[in-house]
Design a protein around this ligand. Structure first.
Ligand SMILES: Cc1ncc(COP(=O)(O)O)c(C=O)c1O
Length: 418
């Protein structure tokens, strides 16, 4: 997303933010379709090699239909982790044979839904899940459920512990040592068809080394299984590539792609990945309006109309999102401020002690790199209405892609006792 000042006013993809805020209200998520497309094409090119590849967009990063649709129209598949995400992917037009389903807690209802839909594969995360999928597939007379085993490769992704999934002590994937026994069971189960292996070690990964290690392990396992005659079709190397929020320097798509291709070597398998954040984070901005500026004996608080219910990353992971004033105030005194939301939690803080020209009530601020795990993790906490979302297309037109919630939305489905 191009975020630039023109005559002292911040613009997103050439549109002045003040006009967007006036038209659509705040808080407001704004996404750039050209940025989504550019990221998608760059990644696609980076993965191109001597075997086919498939990018399954991790819907959890931002599940808005218009975002999934944008990727689907570029030939992407989807990685889903619930029946709800599967529903969204189907609604957004993702071809069923490009949908993979990860997650440690798939319910029988969700497994039914996915078998009926005939998705590409389940990424199985436990023996108990394997048995449940087998029995449901058996029930669908003669059906063979396509599966891949998500293997826990016990690799430390060197990221925030809350988004680390590759280590043995986490709940994710099937322990390395358990794989051979599970393979024997799959071979003896007519309602299962093993077509791949998958791995996903964490999110916001900023080094290549963990990817190398994980990829080498999973490729090594694939070689052994194929040597034993198992007809694998793909390896899914997961997602997790980090983005630059402030001073991180994550690998580029090209470096990531090369690492995975190198690991795959001459194996005649489709290379699958399931990135989320790296495709959408920088394509989104959260626009918020300053409600009050509050001086206390120790601090200056800038209280804005977005809260942790709209963007929980700073509170949940101590994440730093750059925050830029929409109107540059050359003459305002620069000072250290805390930018906080209205939610009744001390941790409702977007930035602590950052230097900025002191904003005034009514000013707008732009919270950058908010396209991933922003709106997707939003809630109604404090009975706040979830924000509207817009997308700016290639022609520079802003479209509403999610209405701001109403008070009626807030209580939909609730009942008084008779
Ligand atoms: C199984 C799986 N695949 C893909 C992703 C996407 O990760 P990211 O958004 O960091 O690329 C996640 C999220 O952690 C995940 O759990």
């Amino acid at each position: 997303m191009t975020v630039t000042y023109r005559s002292g006013l911040l613009h997103l993809d050439n549109l002045p933010i003040d006009a967007l805020a006036d038209q659509f209200g705040t808080p407001l998520y704004a996404y750039s379709k050209p940025t989504l497309i550019e990221s998608a094409r760059t990644l696609d090119a980076a993965l191109t090699g001597h075997t086919p590849h498939l990018i399954c967009y991790a819907v959890k990063a931002n599940p808005n239909l218009a975002i999934i649709q944008t990727f689907a129209q570029l030939g992407f598949g989807a990685d889903v982790t619930s029946g709800g995400e599967l529903f969204r992917a189907i609604q957004a037009g993702v071809p069923l044979d490009r949908i993979v389903y990860s997650g440690v807690g798939k319910t029988s209802g969700e497994i039914n839904q996915a078998i009926e839909a005939q998705i590409k594969a389940f990424h199985v995360e436990s023996e108990a899940e394997l048995h449940l999928i087998a029995s449901i597939a058996h029930f669908f007379a003669g059906s063979k459920a396509p599966i891949a085993l998500r293997v826990n490769v016990d690799v430390d992704p060197h990221t925030h512990p809350n988004i680390s999934t590759g280590k043995q002590e986490t709940k994710f994937g099937i322990a390395w040592e358990s794989v051979p026994a599970l393979i024997q069971q799959i071979k003896q189960t007519p309602s299962l068809r093993l077509i791949g292996l998958s791995v996903h070690i964490g999110s916001q990964i900023t080094e290549l080394q963990p990817y190398r290690e994980a990829a080498d392990r999973i490729v090594g396992m694939a070689r052994i299984l194929m040597g034993e005659g198992l007809p694998l079709e793909y390896i899914d190397f997961g997602g997790g590539l980090g983005v630059r929020y402030s001073d991180e320097s994550p690998p580029t798509f090209a470096e990531w792609g090369r690492t995975l291709r190198d690991a795959l070597g001459d194996l005649p398998l489709t290379l699958v990945v399931e990135p989320g954040r790296s495709l959408v984070a920088s394509a989104g901005v959260l626009i918020t309006r300053v409600l009050y500026v509050k001086q206390t004996p120790t601090k200056t608080f800038v209280i804005v109309d977005a809260g942790m219910n709209d963007l929980i990353r700073p509170m949940l992971y101590g994440a730093h999102h750059p925050i830029w004033p929409v109107t540059q105030r050359e003459n305002a005194p620069k000072m250290a401020v805390d930018i906080v939301g209205p939610v009744c939690e001390t941790t409702d803080i977007f930035a602590s002690q950052i230097q900025m020209p002191l904003p005034e009530s009514g000013d707008l601020l732009a919270i950058l790199h908010a396209g991933a795990y922003g709106s997707s993790m939003a809630s109604n906490y404090n009975s706040r209405l979830r924000a509207a979302e817009i997308m700016i297309d290639q022609a520079g037109t802003a479209h509403i892609i999610r209405q701001r919630e109403t008070l009626d939305d807030l209580i939909r489905g609730e009942h008084f006792l008779p």
